[in-house]
Structure formats: structure tokens, C-alpha cells
Design a protein around this ligand. Structure first.
Ligand code: FMN
Length: 392
């Protein structure tokens, strides 16, 4: 799989798929197994100072399912429960056993210079290949002024980045939150403060739902709940948007993530700026083994397109993203109906009528398009239950 090799800031990746910081990287045995199955690297579950008290809630997950598929996932989980010494021993063990795999130490500390610098110095020579600063967990732990409480403030983010860079001997990636009005503003602040790279996105702050019998919000914790972090397939459009915005404004390497569940999701992230990608929820739902389909799929795609490495895919779509006012609006496309697939349910007729344009009708047993009325919006193609409409 030589074609999947890539390098970022001098760190060699045998493939561009990393486990994101989360339960799949919370214990050494798990990471060991994941490496053996083919993951290119792992961002360790966020490590905090040993004296930071952390009490987890039960339950701590909720999901939005469509049939058997988990489309969206919410968590209110906190950070790593391993001690610093356990991580130091674990990183060393993993490096000896899997020398070609990349380990990124995700760290978090209270907003105190000495605390952050102590964490960095502790892991500088641990065998980890880089740092990822967690400025972005939405629920862990704002009351202590950390996580997203840092990453929603450009000045604090920059200040901590400076502290870290003063003592870091490894590349420093800053993991950004999507829960801000302008992610680019935070990215610029940490870039100016010396960050070597960016990682995005952490989870999207959310409320999964409410039990209408008991009026308990989800996930239920003894009758109550709290706002959590949304991840999985449903957040991919938000992650892609954030990564694309970062790439439009920065040349720093980007570790892209959010809703990646297939090789093609990963490839899309690369086309808008990701150097390598991270995966969390897909692994939590379907296991470490998903890596096989991801690497095979990306390998085949790169070969098919004539690319020699993931690096050649990077940014390929970025120049095709522009401002609305710069889009070429001179061309209009129309619905083209596949008569063999169409079951004449007339759903397209109804929704076109009720959503403004009344451009479709059933004439002599066939859907007809009135081009004088059609504006080419494409709504009918999305609403058709038979996927019988294409825009051309
Ligand atoms: C249960 C759970 C725990 C997580 N814990 C962490 C963490 O400790 N540190 C961190 O930076 N991100 C954490 N994340 C966020 C993920 O690393 C990732 O940014 C996010 O889930 C989006 O990727 P995904 O859609 O592939 O899950 C966690 C996510 C989940 C679902």
C-alpha cells in the first residue's frame, strides 16, 4: 500500500487514517489492536494532569438512528482516565511494538502556564510524534475553564499556544471547535502564536432529543441531561465546511475529521485541505476493522485517478469553492426523468407546486417539465423516493 504513504511536518504516515482522540484510543491494548489491524496512527484520548478530578455520567451517549444505521451520535463523556505514568509507559510500549505508527498526544490542562508547560515537557520525549491541544471539547470541562471554554476565545487560545510552543520539542496541532461564529479567527490566532498545524473538528454542541413520556432530555442521567457533543455521519458537512475554510485561509497542515465513515468521506476531506484524517464515531459503532475498507477504497481511488499519494489529492476542490456572488449563474439545468424508474407517485409534482414553482405535471402517464416555470433548483431530485430524477 505504498500509494497511501504520506508525510506531514516530517512525520511519516504509512496511510492517512488515524483514530481520533476518543474511547477507541482510551486504552493501550485497544490502540495496539488498532495498529495491528492497519490504522496509520492514533491521537490518544485527551490526557490531563493527574489531579484533575473527573466523574463520568451514566448514560453518556445518545444516537439518532435511521433504521439500523447510526446517523448522528451525541456524547457527554469527559477525558482520559489513565494516569500520566500509564500513558508514558503505554506510548513507549506502542512505539517499540509499532515503530512505524504515529502517536499524537492530545493534552489539556487548566489555563495556567506552568500546568500546560509541565504537560508538554512530560511528553516531549515520551515517544509521541506530535501534540494535539484539545481546545474544543464542548462539555469537558467548561466549569474549569478548559476545553471549548478555551477554543471559543482567540486570545486565550493564542496565549496557551505560545506557552506550549515555548517548550514543545514536537510539532503542535491545535484542535479547533466548530462551535464558534468564525473558526478562521481562532485558527489565525493560534497560527500567529506559532501552531504548526490545525485539527478540526471536535464535536458540535447539541441536544439529541427529549423523552416525551418522562420529559427527560437525552442522554438521560438520573432524569436530567446536559448539552453534549454531536459526531458521526451527520456532522460531515460541518466538518468539511470548517476544514475548507481553514484551508482557504491557512497553509498549515490540517488533520481533518468529523463524520468520516468511508474512504470517500476521507478523500473529500483531503480535496478541501486535510493532509490526513481522523475517525472516531464510525469506529465506536463498527469497530477498528473498518480500516480495511477505508485503506482499500482510497488506494483503488488514488490508482484510478492516477495520483501517487494522498498528498496529490489535497486541495483539489478548494479552488472550486467561491463566494455566492461569484458563482456562474448563467447556466440553468432541468430535471430529467427516468421513466423506467418513475412510479408516477406524483410526489415531485406536489412538492414543486407547494414549494413555489409548479413546473412539473403528470401528462399522459409521464412527468413533464415546464421549462418556462422550472428554475432548476433540484428539489424534485432530492424528494423523489425512486431516485428517478437527475438534473442535466
Ligand atoms: C465519546 C467521544 C469521546 C471523545 N473524546 C474526545 C477527547 O477526549 N478529546 C478530543 O479531542 N476529542 C474527543 N472526541 C471528539 C472526536 O475526537 C472527534 O473530533 C469527533 O467525534 C468528530 O469525529 P467523528 O465524527 O469521526 O466522531 C470524542 C468524541 C466522542 C464521540
Amino acid at each position: 500500500m505504498a500509494i497511501l504513504k504520506t508525510s506531514v511536518l516530517g512525520i511519516e504516515f504509512e496511510n492517512p487514517f488515524l483514530l481520533a482522540s476518543a474511547p477507541p484510543t482510551a486504552k493501550i491494548e485497544g490502540i495496539d489492536k488498532a495498529f495491528s489491524l492497519g490504522w496509520g496512527g492514533a491521537v490518544l484520548k485527551t490526557i490531563t494532569p493527574d489531579n484533575l478530578e473527573m466523574i463520568e455520567a451514566s448514560t453518556r451517549y445518545a444516537s439518532w438512528r435511521f433504521g439500523a444505521k447510526v446517523c448522528g451520535f451525541e456524547n457527554i463523556e469527559l477525558l482520559s482516565h489513565l494516569t500520566i505514568q500509564e500513558w508514558l509507559d503505554g506510548i513507549k510500549y506502542l512505539k517499540q511494538k509499532h515503530p512505524t505508527k504515529v502517536q499524537i498526544a492530545s493534552i489539556m490542562a487548566p489555563v495556567v502556564k506552568e500546568e500546560w508547560q509541565k504537560m508538554v515537557k512530560t511528553f516531549n520525549h515520551s515517544g509521541a510524534d506530535a501534540f494535539e491541544l484539545n481546545f474544543s471539547c464542548p462539555h469537558g470541562m467548561p466549569e474549569k475553564g478548559i476545553g471549548m471554554a478555551i477554543g471559543t476565545h482567540a486570545e486565550i487560545s493564542a496565549e496557551i499556544t505560545k506557552w506550549v510552543k515555548e517548550v514543545a520539542e514536537l510539532p503542535v496541532f491545535v484542535k479547533l471547535s466548530p462551535n464558534v461564529t468564525n473558526i478562521v479567527e481562532i485558527a489565525k490566532a493560534v497560527e500567529d502564536a506559532g501552531a504548526d498545524g490545525l485539527a478540526a473538528i471536535n464535536t458540535v454542541q447539541s441536544l439529541m432529543g427529549v423523552d416525551l413520556d418522562t420529559f427527560e432530555p437525552l442522554p438521560k442521567v438520573n432524569g436530567q441531561s446536559t448539552f453534549g457533543g454531536y459526531s458521526g455521519m451527520a456532522v460531515k458537512p460541518i466538518g468539511l465546511r470548517c476544514v475548507a475554510q481553514l484551508r482557504q485561509h491557512s497553509k498549515l497542515p490540517i488533520l481533518g475529521m468529523g463524520g468520516i465513515s468511508t474512504w470517500s468521506d476521507a478523500a473529500e476531506y483531503m480535496t478541501v485541505g486535510a493532509d490526513v484524517v481522523q475517525v472516531c464515531t464510525e469506529v465506536m459503532i463498527n469497530g477498528y476493522g473498518v480500516i480495511k475498507g477505508m485503506t482499500k477504497g482510497l488506494e483503488d481511488y488514488l490508482e484510478r485517478k492516477g495520483f501517487n499519494s494522498p498528498a496529490e489529492l489535497r486541495d483539489k476542490a478548494i479552488t472550486n469553492l467561491t463566494a455566492h456572488e461569484k458563482l456562474n449563474k448563467s447556466q440553468q439545468v432541468y430535471p430529467s426523468i427516468n421513466d423506467e424508474k418513475c412510479v408516477r407517485c406524483e410526489k415531485c409534482v406536489t412538492i414543486c407546486d407547494e414549494s413555489e414553482y409548479s413546473a412539473l405535471s403528470l401528462v399522459n402517464g409521464k412527468i413533464e417539465v415546464n421549462r418556462d416555470k422550472c428554475v432548476g433548483c433540484s428539489l424534485c431530485s432530492h424528494a423523489c423516493p425512486m431516485s428517478a430524477i437527475k438534473m442535466a
